[in-house]
Design a protein around this ligand. Structure first.
Ligand code: ARG
Ligand code: ZN
Length: 870
């Protein structure tokens, strides 16, 4: 069944409050839910009461305490329909029986490594009890949680803790939690288990004390400090930046080891994939620390953007996700280096969202329809959604943006809102009509902007011509021009020229809102190089014919760090595309590399992190997007290897000395400045190995020996992983042994081996899945092996013999019976199959069709497969 935005109708019933009594047991958990119901005057006055369920086992139904006879309701595992009930407020009591141990979908109530936990977004609450499981049905929850005292000494719920105590004459105890804030069912959570925790008191800006804590598996308490610290900083940041204060007496975070996504913002009780909580210098890399900081912030920020103001329906998912990603990106930028964070975010968007927008799964930030909502937790909704919020801020200015956020918080607090409500707040604060801007939410595809510049030396004017085009996407054959903020500057070797142009505002922003437009700058004293889409002011592709000399001017002189970085990427991408087409570009690459050498000498000491970004050549996915179709993955891989080799040889005078000078002294600290130095040093090691594998191997082995932290250790192992031979295999074995009891560390090791671009990788993957630490039921393990292979091993996943596609299809067929959500997510790797050349397409299509032909395919998987084949 397809759900459509245009079919939205308010619920026929309100739920005034709900009381849940959950008695935890590994295989026979009992849930008694009492919901206080009344008709919604806005609903259909004669509608029966139809509650959602999913694989539920019903034990009994009572109305006002009286057993309802089975002839008076229709119950299936998927729904409970009651036609006879009082036409006034009444209590409905439903008892269901659950088996958390058997719940391998990890939706609803399940057991992860002995810990009871829940995941209810998007539609998991209906796997716990029959309910009006839709986000616009908000109610107040009281939860009584009971369990064996030894099995689950810790019992957590949403809201504030009320009473707790022992169940007389038994080995069981209970805890009662009450959440005074009305919320939709998807924000419900409980946790029970034998957990350690770290915690402290946070004093809010109005002076209230909040007990904040991070709960982890027994024995891992010492790895939760960084998450707790990130939480405290997030809470402070939201007060200072948006005036948002926390609202309950407690805030708990729980880490579990089996989790479908990154984390979940349940009210007052965030539940996390432990990958985004647990960190020690010995087990986590700088990247892991940054990920923890950003996910902790993201989930915390949902308390206002998601929980206090939630979504009317799942089409509005971007209302909370796009906005909350924008907020977590801003937090990280404030805590770390703003340019480095921005460039990383843009790289992520281009690597994940641009391909989505260009493939069969393309959809607008607010999709008009879905058959399985879990398949819309996408880079488009999240990352492009965040870019739309950022554009809005650019268009109306920082002050009107902040004022609009205040209006949004004031006017929508406690409601289930829509994108229109959100945009309305900014129309009010800015006085601008945002109806044209709003089209970004409904139109899929990445706009392609072509820019041309003309300098008139006699008139001293500079003219820029813009055109925008968006290619058709599934279901949207024709596209309209969008409102595109173009942040720009005119750069010379002396820096930025003043901008004399009435179409450009005081912040250097021109708004392109037609299919084509031109602007003219006056008093331009010398021919400048245009710097357009500074700071990536819109999520678009740009064509601007600048020669290498102009691009190098930007690399050195642009005041905008993003465009400095972009200039080097543009030169490298062009060279790579020409090499893929068979050109030998050696001389030009050497010239480019000499400029990078100069750049490195000038910036490495002052800004190592930025230097590392500039020296990182475009990824395979950047090249695929540039070429577009008829992709030869082997040619792309080969070209990249040659480019890096030449870069390495030109940089060779500085590589080793700089590598040595950046050696770590003193204890490990995950802060951005220290991480930046390590990132440059590790990049240098990689470059050294590109051109001199013997030297690279020697240095990498030494770095493994001397490493004082996982960042250094793992980076050296990565470098070794590209050098076939005994040293590599011994290092893998050694690492596997050393961390055999550290699943999160082994995930890195799994992934690193799964992306080795060699034919033998298929056998290696087979062996990895025999490792005792591997488990197909654990999403992190499956992602580490198969996700890394399918998403990041371009040449082997897209092998000409089709064996890469078959490997993923075989896994998908098996995994779909265990965890459909993870299966569907992995299969999005097939999203680029039509871009591959020759025989590859036929192999990919056959693999997809083989999956499609399986009986009893989940809705998640069949949705992705059908759309990919369409
Ligand atoms: N709201 C969560 C987040 O963005 C994501 C949870 C999605 N889970 C799911 N099963 N679709 O942090
Ligand atoms: Zn989120």
């Amino acid at each position: 069944p397809i759900v459509r935005l245009e079919d939205y109708r308010p619920s026929d019933f309100h739920i005034e409050k709900v009381h849940l009594d959950i008695s935890l047991h590994p295989t026979e958990t009992r849930v008694i839910s009492t919901i206080t119901l009344l008709r919604n005057p806005a609903g259909n006055p004669s509608a029966p009461l139809a509650l959602d369920g999913d694989e539920l086992v019903l034990k009994s139904v009572k109305i006002e305490g009286e057993e309802v006879s089975p002839s008076d309701y229709e119950a299936t595992p998927q729904s409970l329909v009651i036609r006879k009930f009082p036409e006034r407020v009444f209590d409905l009591t439903i008892e269901t029986a659950l088996n958390p141990t058997a719940n391998t979908k990890l939706m609803g109530l399940y057991r992860s490594n002995g810990i009871y936990c829940t995941q209810c977004e998007a539609e998991g609450f209906r796997r716990i009890t029959y309910f009006l499981d839709r986000p616009d049905v908000m109610t107040v929850y009281t939860t009584r949680l009971e369990a064996d005292r030894n099995d689950a000494p810790v019992l957590l719920g949403n809201g504030n803790p009320n009473e707790r105590g022992d169940v007389p004459d038994s080995n069981r105890h209970y805890a009662i939690w009450h959440d005074p804030f009305p919320k939709p069912a998807y924000l419900f959570a409980v946790v029970g288990g034998n957990l350690d925790h770290v915690g402290k008191t946070f004093k809010t800006m109005s002076g209230r004390d909040v007990d904040i804590a991070v709960y982890v598996e027994k024995g891992k308490g010492d790895r939760a400090d960084y998450a707790l610290d990130a939480l405290e900083r997030s809470m402070r940041w939201d007060e200072q930046t948006f005036g948002r204060e926390y609202d309950l007496e407690v805030f708990n975070v729980v880490a579990v080891s089996d989790f479908n996504m990154g984390a979940m913002e349940n009210k007052g009780l965030n539940i996390f994939n432990d990958k985004y909580v647990l960190a020690s210098s010995e087990t986590a890399t700088d990247g892991d620390y940054a990920g923890i900081e950003s996910v902790i912030a993201h989930e915390y920020f949902h308390n206002w953007t998601g929980n206090r103001i939630t979504c009317r329906d799942w089409f509005q998912l971007c209302l909370k996700e796009g906005l909350t990603v924008f907020r977590d990106q801003e937090f990280s930028a404030d805590e770390r280096s703003r340019p480095v964070c921005r460039i990383s975010d843009i790289k992520t968007l281009r690597a994940r969202q641009f391909p989505e927008d260009a493939g069969p799964l393309a959809h607008p930030v607010r999709p008009p329809q879905y058959s399985e909502i879990n398949n819309f937790y996408t880079a488009t909704v999240y990352e492009k959604g965040a870019e739309l919020v950022r554009m809005l801020k650019t268009l109306i200015g920082a002050d009107a943006f902040r004022k609009g956020m205040d209006i949004y918080f004031d006017s929508c607090d406690g409601t289930a809102a829509t994108m229109e409500d959100f945009l309305g707040a900014f129309e009010q604060s800015s006085g601008k009509d945002l109806s044209h801007f709003a089209k970004w939410y409904g139109q899929a595809g990445t706009p392609h902007i072509t820019v041309k510049g003309h300098y008139d030396a006699t008139a001293k004017t500079y003219k820029l011509d813009f055109t925008q085009v968006t290619q058709p996407t599934p279901g949207q054959p024709s596209k309209e021009p969008l409102v595109i903020p173009v942040s720009l500057g005119l750069v010379t070797s002396k820096g930025d020229l003043p901008l004399d142009c009435s179409s450009v505002n005081e912040n250097g922003v021109f708004v392109l809102d037609k299919a084509s437009d031109s602007i003219v700058f006056s008093n331009v004293s010398e021919e400048p190089v245009p710097s357009v889409f500074r700071n990536f002011s819109a999520p678009v592709k740009v064509s601007l014919e600048l020669d290498s000399k102009d691009l190098l001017t930007l690399l050195v002189h642009d005041s905008d760090p993003f465009n400095r970085w972009q200039a080097a990427q543009t030169i490298a991408t062009r060279l790579l595309v020409r090499m893929v087409n068979g050109e030998d570009c050696k001389a030009e690459i050497e010239a480019f590399a000499s400029s990078l050498l100069e750049f490195t000498n000038e910036t490495a000491a002052s800004d190592p992190a930025f230097t590392a970004l500039v020296l990182t050549m475009p990824g395979e996915s950047d090249i695929i997007q540039e070429i577009g179709s008829d992709i030869d993955p082997d040619a792309i891989f080969k070209s990249r290897t040659i480019l890096k080799r030449i870069l390495s040889s030109v940089l060779s005078p500085v590589l080793v000395p700089l590598y040595n000078s950046l050696a770590n002294t003193g204890p490990y600290s995950p802060d951005a400045a220290s991480a930046g130095k390590r990132s440059l040093r590790n990049l240098l090691l990689d470059l050294i190995a590109c051109n001199n594998s013997a030297e690279g191997e020697k240095l990498a082995q030494a770095q493994i020996q001397s490493a004082t932290n996982m960042t250094e250790h793992f980076a050296a192992l990565s470098v070794l992983s590209h050098i076939p031979g005994n040293a590599r295999e011994n290092a893998f074995t050694e690492f596997g042994k050393r961390y055999s009891n550290e699943p999160l560390v082994l995930d890195k090791w799994f992934a690193l081996q799964a992306v080795i671009p060699e034919e033998s990788v298929l056998g290696r993957i087979e062996r990895l899945t025999q490792n005792p630490a591997y488990a197909i039921s654990n999403p992190n393990r499956v992602r580490a092996v198969y996700g890394a292979f399918a998403m990041s091993n371009l040449t082997q996943f897209n092998r000409a013999d089709g064996k890469g596609y078959d490997l993923l299809a075989d896994l998908a067929i098996k995994l779909d019976k265990i965890n459909p959500q993870i299966t569907a997510r992995l299969l999005t790797a097939f999203g680029s199959w039509r871009r591959m050349n020759g025989v590859r397409q036929a192999h990919a299509e056959a693999a997809l069709k083989r999956i499609a032909a399986q009986p009893d395919l989940s809705r998640d998987t069949s949705d992705i497969v059908q759309r990919s084949l369409a």
